[in-house]
Design a protein around this ligand. Sequence first.
Ligand code: MN3
Length: 205
Amino acid sequence: MEWNVKYQNKMKYQLPKLDYEYDELEPHISKEVLKIHHTKHHQVYVDNSNKILKKLEDARNKNDDLDLKHLLKSLSFNVGGHILHSIFWKTISSNNSEEPKGKLLEKINNDFGSFSRFKEEFSNVANSVEGSGWAALTYCNETDKLILMQIEKHNVNICPGIKILMVLDVWEHAYYLDYKNKRNKFVEAFWKIVNWKKVEKRLND
Ligand code: MN3
């Protein structure tokens, strides 16, 4: 059966506009740094993400082989970079208040003990990143808790905030007693037991 992917040019990553001028964050971030960071660095992640998607799409349309491991690693890195920068631009602004208020402050006090303790921990996370990475404050819906994360590069150690539609456990414990070292047999069998209604429901939820 033929499978042609038909989303050319409709779905592309785009560099978001900033809510402020490049010089508005001075002296904390200079105009030059902010401009290069946004128009050069971030733009590269956007462009690379789109290039990789195009490569995947072209190969699928021609039924060509792909170096999926390499491509997906690179896609994860570049999309991660794009998403994190997009959040970063929203994290900073020229007319910031000194402390959080309302529900956020309440959560911070509740989960970290105090705002100053939170600041200290967040700074420690940022300061102790080895090589390239990020500090992040995240919210876990399951536990209703704030969690700090240290992200290596753009994508390592991050818990993606994306909805997972389906999974397959390929740890040896999931198949070894049944299939020994033939994981491919297990994967083949999996396709016969996928609950597509549930997968679809998760997509629509
Ligand atoms: Mn950056």
